[in-house]
Design a protein around this ligand. Structure first.
Ligand code: PHB
Length: 390
């Protein structure tokens, strides 16, 4: 049977389209970025800020890296570790992404990193601090633009001891990020002679704090060190203020306690001291430009998460530019990111052997809905990367 030309043409076009869909993005004129982030739940705003920051940098490059159009696909990981492997496989197998950008929650990030390592998929972690990702699970294809959970915790332990805090209770969600943040705090605090009175936890993402606040009132420590973030941090700071404990007990924490949360926390957050690799008043030309553009584009103030997303895109660009867009030149791409000096809004930083930022950790104080930078808690702090063999 003779096939009519128009049908033949359509059939050929159909097969070409199919081939284009099935081919890895790197064989085309595109770079496919897969966001695996929380878009629902207590960390929803954090996921959005990371995506916004990432897109801001790509937009600054005209939507292209090394001449290739950047395309995005996304999956809501719901901050649910049980769904992590299925979710990351959607991006790798179904969507054929060139790079994974994710995620916020440490438990989910460890599931992602395991699959990224097994499949060799390039991954940049734009938040989750899981020590293991740049520790025992470290890999040549896995990078982080954020921090390890140990870093801000360790810095606050030092600040607390320097400020003559002698006794502390720790309070956090019971999961990797909370445990590791508290461990970092304890390491520096106890080394300087501080005493931990009690470790308190509640399951992630619970926000029923009343019984814990009652217990803290009875324990009467000098300070309470906390790791909370997102919606949970908003609720905790408000409950703390309402309980009236702040006049006799100092509330301190990793900076997530007051980052991206101050509008909602209002007066309840005033005066809180935290440590983080960012702040709202660095007042450098680089940061001012980033913040102004972000505010104009998204009608929102940027926060640490937006900055980490922006830097994840800068790290990707360093790699992609070095290989002129040829994502198959993996060794050269990895080497370029490894040796990059990233011109971050937080201040320029380099990566450790385990691919984690070596960075200044700032001391910040909340003042009128701003995390005011009041000094550097630890300069050039590198995560110890325990267990990483590369
Ligand atoms: C984490 O789970 O590693 C995590 C989550 C939220 C933050 C920081 C760290 O703000």
């Amino acid at each position: 049977m003779r096939i009519r030309p128009s049908l033949l043409a359509r059939t050929l076009l159909g097969s070409a389209l199919l081939a284009a869909v099935a081919a890895p993005a790197s064989a085309q004129d595109k770079i496919k970025v897969g966001f695996m982030l929380p878009y629902t739940g207590t960390f929803a705003a954090l996921g959005t800020a990371i995506e916004n920051g990432f897109r801001q940098y790509i937009d600054e490059q005209g939507g292209k890296l090394a001449g290739k159009t950047v395309e995005f696909v996304k999956v809501d990981d719901e901050s649910d570790p049980a769904k992590a492997v299925d979710n990351v496989n959607k991006l790798i197998k179904r969507d054929n992404v060139d790079v994974l950008i994710g995620t916020v929650h440490s438990g989910v990030a460890m599931g992602m990193a395991k699959v990224a390592k097994e499949t060799g998929t390039l991954m940049i972690d734009p938040n989750a601090g899981a020590d293991a990702v740049t520790g025992p699970m470290c890999a040549l294809n896995i990078f982080r633009s954020s921090f390890s959970n140990w870093q801000p915790g360790y810095a606050m332990g030092k600040v607390a001891a320097d400020r003559k805090i002698r006794t502390a209770v720790t309070l956090t969600w019971k999961y990797a990020a909370g445990d590791e943040s508290v461990n970092g705090f304890k390491e520096a605090f106890t080394k300087a002679g501080g005493k931990i009175v009690k470790d308190l936890t509640l399951p992630f993402p619970n926000v029923e704090f009343q019984a814990l606040l009652t217990e803290i009132a009875a324990l009467k420590p000098d300070a309470v060190y906390t790791f909370f973030a997102g919606g949970g941090a908003v609720k905790f700071v408000k409950d703390w203020a309402a309980a009236g404990l702040g006049s006799s007990i100092r509330l301190i924490g990793a900076g997530f306690l007051t980052d991206g949360t101050l509008e909602a926390q209002g007066a309840a957050a005033e005066g809180l001291l935290t440590t983080l690799h960012y702040g709202d008043s660095l007042n450098t030309p680089r940061d001012n430009a980033f913040r102004l553009d972000y505010a104009k584009t998204y009608k929102l103030q940027p926060d640490v998460y937006a900055m980490q997303g922006y830097d994840a895109a800068q790290m990707l660009a360093d790699g992609v530019n070095a290989v002129k867009g040829d994502m198959k030149q993996r060794d050269a791409l990895v080497k370029a990111i490894e040796s990059a000096k990233i011109d971050s809004p937080r201040g320029a930083f380099t990566l450790s052997r385990a691919h984690n930022p070596v960075q200044d950790i700032y001391l910040r104080k909340v003042s009128g809905k701003v995390n005011r930078n009041v000094g550097i808690a630890v300069k050039g702090l590198a995560d110890p990367a325990r267990g990483c063999r590369l």
